[in-house]
Design a protein around this ligand. Sequence first.
Ligand code: PLP
Ligand code: COI
Length: 343
Amino acid sequence: MVDPKDIDFYSLGFRYLETKTMFVSDYKNGKWDDGNSIPFGNFEISPAACVLNYGQGIFEGMKALRAKTGEIVLFRPEENGKRFNMSARRMVMPEYDVDKFLEAIKKVVKANEEYIPPYDSGGALYIRPLMIGNGPIVGVAPAEEFKFIVFTVPVGPYFPEGFNGIHLEISKKYTRAAPGGTGSAKTCCNYAGTMLPAKETKAKGFAQILYLDAINMEYIEEVGTANFFGLINGKIATPRKTGTILEGITRDAILELCSKKLGIEVEERDISYKELFEESCTETFCTGTAAVITPISSVFLEGKKRVFNNGEPGELTTKLYELLNSIQRLEIEDEFGWIVKIS
Ligand code: PLP
Ligand code: COI
């Protein structure tokens, strides 16, 4: 455990730091126990655990923020609870009651309150709920015992570039998910497969891969840890939900903010990567809990580079970033009812 007094909350990256308390609940004989908040620490696991052998694991990503009012707030946490269960169903894991999920989150955040970065630091307490099939198994089949865990880490920006914008490589070599697969579930395996592409592209100076669809290698999918948006012909476009992208909660908020608050037409559709190289595409950005809204400065494919807005964050991207942040930090009224306070 790191002493919170030793943390410089003003220069946090997205790096692992141990906090004080975690929540653990076990599923045995067909039911979940009540769960407990316990000191953060290691636990034993069978070498035959299903998660270790066959990757039966799911997770969520959430943030607790210190609002302008001094209160501790969560952003649409119920949506994470619902998505967690959607992932659980896809991976043949037991669902976790959404109210209990929220209770566990609140308990862990409260217990780790000293680790929540101050309001003016821009940081957050990242919350990681996860579930693993920890029961032993040797044939490929679901475990019979599961563990639900919630731990936290104080974080700053996910991409070190922050709001300055990232450079992305469009890949025609790697894909992230294919139709019928697990792309829309938040399962560990989806992320393991992106580590090699990320390593290779980072060695070339890019922040990440912008993935294309696995069938045509043409339509934008997502960034691998964030959803994609483009301002194309004055409309805000994002890839439609086809089962191969993670259905981001931030993505949904951006669509609502654009259509209901800013009066911008939104499109959920197939977006060819070719459109990003045309003048009609004027801004691009990606969204996620960790990434918040990160401007995309340029995209690169097969020797061709497209720089957006001279590499500066676009006007709409900036407006959305400020709007989302000010809602999340209670600087303005939460008119969509997205904020849950922790008392
Ligand atoms: N896409 C992937 C693959 C992700 O891991 C995430 C992060 O959770 C997102 C998109 C964005 O989702 P959200 O906005 O719900 O955090
Ligand atoms: C998130 O945005 O919360 C994520 O889960 C993305 C990444 C850190 C895996």
